[in-house]
Write a protein that binds this ligand. Structure first.
Ligand code: FAD
Length: 413
């Protein structure tokens, strides 16, 4: 093993992949993973699902078991990195210690956006990002009869589903006029709204929150319309902000994330970034993106590993995402930004499975597939190929997807 050292900051999805990919790419030097959470990288998506519901433990959530890191000769240190000195090529830890690097990878993730409301610091008010957040919520469940979730994005709705499973009554408060407004078509929002109501969740959209009330511990949420909702537990899920400060203070280019090129390189040739904290150039979309998803973190990490080893591997996989709520497995292929038409396949008004295809100038650009794995697989292929499927056939559940793929042309049909 040579003496070159890669330091990876953040024990994250991206860094778990990076540790594996670095060795696959032939990195023979030291690899030191520094993370401020007490554990090796773990799967974050189950936090709002099985971990909150109490059906999985943290060991089961580890992305790779400890012996993987031993075998790959990756050292792990629990510490917070407080600064990067680019000239000296060192990082400083919160205990004042400095460590030298030859290559540095920033896999810092994101943190929950905080609400600056009166009462936001009361006990019983929680955010959702790491295992410790969930453990604190779980500890309070025995004394909770009614929970309020602020924000009806994926994390808020997944949390509502998990709490319902535990028999807790739930209200979801959303300032926009529909659930999942930022990410889906109105038809998909209407589907999720219906299912959550059927499962006993109270959903209130178009409501602003004025304050969280209580003496020491939260006891209610005061709304802008003067109404208030009594509760012992408030969970806030209103989006995340990328962790960029370390990069910013080191003078790296930052613009809605740590700016990296199509290969994972920052504005410093010895420093790389991946995951929720990174804003990368996507050749497929011919523009900059900052995505918050596991597949995206993994894809970027593979390119960072190649770049650290002196090779160029473009970040190019088609983005995809998933969300599990109740018995609904939503799989999302592509990005729906800029769609001008949707096509629905299946009955979304009564059933529990359907697909919403997003078209842009006739071409399939994205799809939300609920309990429809075949439509998801089809969409990934069709989007990657830039196909323009016939709309009537696409909408008809009787049409075999394979034939649709074969019948599609690259001109709008
Ligand atoms: C509750 C929940 C549910 C989700 N569900 C899904 C889902 O269903 N599907 C999906 O694709 N995505 C989901 N996501 C998003 C997904 O988890 C993130 O996109 C993914 O974790 C991003 O990984 P990452 O590598 O960018 O960093 P992260 O996994 O966020 O990890 C970053 C790590 O870096 C650490 N760190 C930051 N700064 C420092 C520092 N200075 N020193 C040391 N350590 C530091 C952080 O503490 C953290 O441990 C979910 C997220 C949450 C919170």
């Amino acid at each position: 093993m040579d003496n070159n050292r890669v330091i990876i900051v953040g024990a994250s999805h991206a860094s778990a992949q990076l540790c594996a990919s670095l060795r696959q790419e032939g990195w023979a030097g030291e690899v030191l993973l520094i993370g401020d959470e007490p554990t090796l990288p773990y799967h974050r998506p189950p936090l709002s699902k099985t971990y909150l519901a109490g059906t999985s433990n943290l060991d089961e959530l580890l992305i790779r078991k400890p012996d993987f890191y031993d075998k790959q000769q990756v050292a792990f240190r629990q510490a917070r990195v407080t600064s990067v000195e680019r000239g000296a090529r060192t990082v400083t830890l919160s205990n004042g210690e400095t460590l030298g690097y030859d290559k540095l990878a920033l896999c810092l993730g994101a943190r929950p956006r905080r609400l600056s409301l009166p009462g936001a610091d009361l006990a019983g008010v929680h955010y959702l990002r790491d295992a410790a957040d969930i453990e604190a919520i779980r500890d309070s469940l025995a004394t909770t009869s009614h929970a309020v979730i602020i924000g009806a994005g994926y994390i808020g709705l997944e949390t509502a589903a998990s709490l319902r499973k535990l028999g807790i009554s739930v209200s979801v408060l959303e300032a926009a006029d529909r659930v999942l407004q930022r990410v889906t078509a109105p038809e998909v929002s209407a589907f999720y709204d219906r299912v959550h109501r059927e499962e006993g969740v109270e959903i209130r959209v178009g409501v602003g929150v004025n304050a969280l009330e209580g003496k020491g511990h939260v006891s209610g949420v005061r709304l802008e319309d003067g109404d208030s909702v009594a509760t012992e537990l408030v969970i806030i899920g209103v989006g995340v902000v990328p962790n960029v400060e370390l990069a910013q203070e080191a003078g790296l280019t930052v613009d809605n994330g740590i700016v990296i090129d199509a290969y994972g390189r920052t504005s410093d040739p010895e420093i790389f970034a991946a995951g929720d904290c990174a804003n990368y150039y996507d050749a497929r979309y011919e523009g900059r993106l900052r995505l918050e998803s596991v597949p995206s973190a993994v894809e970027q990490a593979k390119s960072v590993a190649a770049a650290i080893c002196g090779r160029e591997r473009q970040i190019s996989a088609l983005p995809w995402f998933w969300s599990d709520q109740y018995d609904l497995k939503l799989q999302i292929a592509g990005l729906n930004t800029g769609y001008d038409e949707i096509v629905l396949r299946g009955d979304r008004s009564t059933g529990r499975d359907f697909a919403c295809f997003y078209l842009g100038k006739g071409r399939l650009i994205a799809a939300d597939c609920v309990n429809r794995p075949q439509e998801f697989m089809f969409s990934k292929r069709a989007i990657a190929q830039g196909l323009a499927p016939n709309r009537d056939l696409l909408a008809d559940p009787g049409t075999a997807l394979k034939s649709l793929l074969e019948a599609s042309t690259t001109s709008a049909g």
